[in-house]
Write a protein of this length. Sequence first.
Length: 149
Amino acid sequence: MSSVEISPVTTKLLAAKKLKGLTFGDLEQILGRDEVWIASLFYQQSAASEDEASKLLHALDLGEELIPELTTYPTKGLGPIVPTDPLIYRFYEIMQIYGMPMKEVIQEKFGDGIMSAIDFTLDIEKEADPKGDRVKVIMNGKFLSYKKW
């Protein structure tokens, strides 16, 4: 799925959320899951349990026929293209510029390995600033050392 193609399931979920006047933060309170994870579920980048899917659909006044779509293991990622959405592209640009420096600093501190994207959390905070509000993105992943054999 490219950055401009949105699935019918995502469209339906987003429309119901808007109609109910809910935020992802509101849904966090209902589901007991982080707002970013819930947003990833809307975009079919995560899979819910049947209970989570049922609670979400109930909160959005949607029928349970979407449970299979929400509980199916997803194919993750945007695809092999450069994203065109400006906000998403900025993260791509950040990795193009700071990816290698981040890798060097992480390996300097931890050794030869990677940060898990499975044992991982992602939080987004709004930080007030008199010069313009700031977006604070906090990625927290378990360090995984490369195995020698």
